[in-house]
Design a protein around this ligand. Structure first.
Ligand code: ZN
Length: 122
């Protein structure tokens, strides 16, 4: 079973997960996320609509009933982390060279080891 289907099962079971919203400063597009694992999430992400900065909202009560489209999780191994990088490159819409992906992998491996979570579409 892939890491992602495990995550999907987990979200179906869970009902007390923390919902967060990242709101774009420019186009106001909102990305609704849920924390699926214990760890840290970044304070901002790149807006998938306009590539500007989308800021974290710190779990306001007003968004806890919204349905998340993305989840924060901890990649369990190198294969899942490599898949994650491919997904992030595709999601960002920016072409990325294999060399840059390799650099990204090394950087993210270090971050994940230190408790950073990764974002994936649910
Ligand atoms: Zn935007």
């Amino acid at each position: 079973m892939s890491g992602l289907s495990k995550i999907k099962r987990k979200i179906r079971r869970a009902n007390n997960l923390k919902i967060n919203v990242f709101a774009c400063k420019v186009c106001k597009h909102e990305v609704v996320t849920v924390d699926l694992c214990v760890g840290s999430t970044p304070g901002s992400i790149i807006c998938p609509k306009c590539q500007e900065t989308s800021m974290l909202s710190f779990y306001p009560d007003s968004v806890q009933n919204r349905k998340p489209k993305f989840g924060w999780f901890k990649p369990a191994n190198d294969v899942i982390l490599k898949e994650q990088i491919e997904w992030e490159c595709e999601w960002s819409g920016v072409p990325v060279t294999d060399e840059k992906k390799e650099l990204c992998f090394k950087l993210m491996k270090g971050r994940v080891k230190n408790g950073s979570l990764c974002l994936r579409e649910l």
